[in-house]
Design a protein around this ligand. Sequence first.
Ligand SMILES: NC(=O)c1ccc[n+]([C@@H]2O[C@H](COP(=O)([O-])OP(=O)(O)OC[C@H]3O[C@@H](n4cnc5c(N)ncnc54)[C@H](O)[C@@H]3O)[C@@H](O)[C@H]2O)c1
Length: 428
Amino acid sequence: MDIAQDLIRKAEGRQALFGIVGLGYVGLPLACELAGAGYRVLGFDVNEKVVDGLNAGHSHVKDVSDVQLQSALQAGRFSATADMSRLGEPDAVSICVPTPLSKFKDPDVSFIVAATESVKRTLRRGQMIILESTTYPGTTREILLPALESTGLTVGEDFFLAFSPERVDPGNPTYGTRNTPKVVGGITEDCRRVAVALYQPAIDTLVPVSTTEAAELVKLLENTFRSVNIGLVNEMAIVCDKLGVDVWEVIDAASTKPFGFMKFLPGPGLGGHCIPIDPHYLAWKMRGLNYKTRFIDLAGELNTEMPLFWVRKVSEALNQQGKAVRGAGVLVLGVAYKRDIDDLRESPALDIIRLLEGQGARVSYFDPHVPCFAEDGHEFRSVTLSPETVSKADCVMIVTDHSAVDYRMIKRHAKLVVDTRNAMPKEA
Ligand SMILES: NC(=O)c1ccc[n+]([C@@H]2O[C@H](COP(=O)([O-])OP(=O)(O)OC[C@H]3O[C@@H](n4cnc5c(N)ncnc54)[C@H](O)[C@@H]3O)[C@@H](O)[C@H]2O)c1
């Protein structure tokens, strides 16, 4: 039997069973999109709470609504399990587990290794395995391939292996899993062909590339491109501050050029699970090959200095009003790492709060999407945003420009505003 043809036929008829390992920000939207395309999807996660919540119809990921999840559950197209011994059931398995950094900013691929071990235990002839987690070039071939082939099965003959980077942009109202083109690279030509066929019903545009390494590098180029360009505009913000020029006016005017310029915005620093982390995966890989990636390192340096730059602006602004940071009440608006989402991971707001508290400020925060959080053993709870809370603060610091905030009200009532996002309304 030609197992490639068999899987392609199953994809065309939506008879393939999809397994998704890791049901987080990436895995759950992918699972729902595949279910929406007509596949049956079995989700795997080591976190029993996540599994129970999903089976009860509660989505913990903002981009997937309870209604969307419940309709997949009721149609019998989605269920979740923590029982990894069932990984032999799916025809295709997409791995969407975290890839954080270690304390020393080296790649931590332990989740990929653990997920691969689970997949390996039940690997059978005719399965397609696709890694989605962002990682350094070579991971699929150097970590997954030898582990999976240690079962005695051969890639391209008995099973298929590919890398296809997830490009989800949480909170993006225009681009979701389906209409964001998806890059796919296989270990063999058949691996790529089968992966493309399996994703075709759920993704509008697939972009095949020649190797898994090329696909791995595509994702790192995309995020390094963002990190470097954000680093550049952050440096421009510092330059403009020294020159007394409005950086946002300069960027707005520069972006009227219809070619050769792409708009990036400065801010309080990088956040999220991707841009602050992914370039380090590439830098680490290149260090092993005796090459120092200078753009990556410089952008990382500039971007991580931004919380300090903005805390200094708070200190200078308070000083102008005859106040010290020590003892001042600072109300931080927005702690999620970007607008209209609830994700705190790597958020620069956490650094800003730590720095302000380190200087003796009394920090409170408001975030419509983050009612509470704990950091360094300290519990924080969002205050209510009202004219009273705003006027009571010595300084209101806009860190994340959520659209639900009434910035005119802030303008009317705040004694002082430090705006890291250009969210405040301009004078008429
Ligand atoms: N969040 C984003 O915006 C985004 C965008 C593009 C790519 N990515 C990449 O996608 C990958 C996943 O990120 P995420 O944001 O979805 O992570 P996440 O933390 O939201 O979800 C990961 C899930 O995997 C589960 N998990 C961990 N180890 C497991 C194992 N061995 N077996 C089964 N389940 C396991 C966790 O319990 C968790 O529920 C990362 O490599 C990330 O860099 C993330």
